[in-house]
Ligand binder design. Sequence first.
Ligand code: UDP
Length: 366
Amino acid sequence: MKYDYLIVGAGPFGAVFAHEATKRNKKCLVIDKRDHVGGNIYTEQVEGINVHKYGAHIFHTNDKEVWEYVNRFATFNRYTNSPIANYKGEIYNLPFNMNTFYQLWGVTDPAEAAERIESQRLNCEEPKNLEEQALSLVGRDIYEKLIQGYTEKQWGRSCKELPAFIIKRLPVRFTWDNNYFNDQYQGIPVGGYTPIIEKLLEGSEVRLNIDYFEDKENFDHMATKTIYTGMLDEFYDFRFGALEYRTLQFDSEVLDKPNYQGNAVVNYTDQETPFTRIIEHKHFEFGTQPKTVVTREYSKEYEQGDEPYYPVNNQKNNTSYLSYKELADQETNVIFGGRLAEYKYYDMWQIVRNALDTARNELGEV
Ligand code: UDP
């Protein structure tokens, strides 16, 4: 065999695994069907601004080892994600905190804000869906203005048909703290994400514009083992039916002004605005360029040929995922990892964590 590992997909899971394997003197061939590395965290310079080509990525984690690991490949800045919500022209801070409660109800006393929420909360021990989860967490006003429209646009489904866990990730705070995440570590890599991936892939052979499935058998024979990071259903030729994903479409423009919206992320939380958010990329790195790049983000159902972004983890899909996983668990020469192969709504830090653990299990400590 020419290689120890064939790695299908040059996104963060594949790149971290490749780096760990190379460090242990293994030979890796990394293939990707796109014309660049990085998967969906790929960034590209436009007008001197690092543009997040496949949607905004903000690195955040509580995992010290993961944080120290990524900091070996880039310097992270002090960016703290504080998105703004625009609901029919009304502006609110996110996540839900005293600023939001003041903007909604004019309250300045945390106890009063808590009472406001309590008076409209749904009393529900175990929320069965996202709507129940939202209503029991923050009550009807916030649900209707800041959650329902955004969520239904993002997922293309009623909040009643979506799993509750999707919004458990949003903090609710009775302090004046607009930090979207509770994690201890957070930042954006200075210079974008692509250089991190390029460094991780040093020492591996990388071939781009290659579709694994066009020549699967041949590729499998080139290496002792395969690390597969693509869609799990596609690996098994959709035999239990296609798993559903959401895809995103981006409408980007360069504007001849230094500042368009004064914040990296503005969410449009009403039902009528067709896009979910506008990203102004320069603000991730406190850019002072004379121009700015803004991207409107539209969410739609994935169809074959699109880029998959978000697994739709409702019951139907999770059940068919388990059928696929049973097959995957029986493979002895293939390891499945990443958002698509595990069909999970992972954050970046979880991908790094899983890739490090997988490499340790597979190859031992360095
Ligand atoms: N969400 C919302 N209103 C917002 C932002 C987020 O209701 O203004 C909900 C929505 O259901 C979304 C989930 O929170 O799917 C997670 O949002 P996040 O911004 O963390 O998602 P990502 O950045 O992964 O797209």
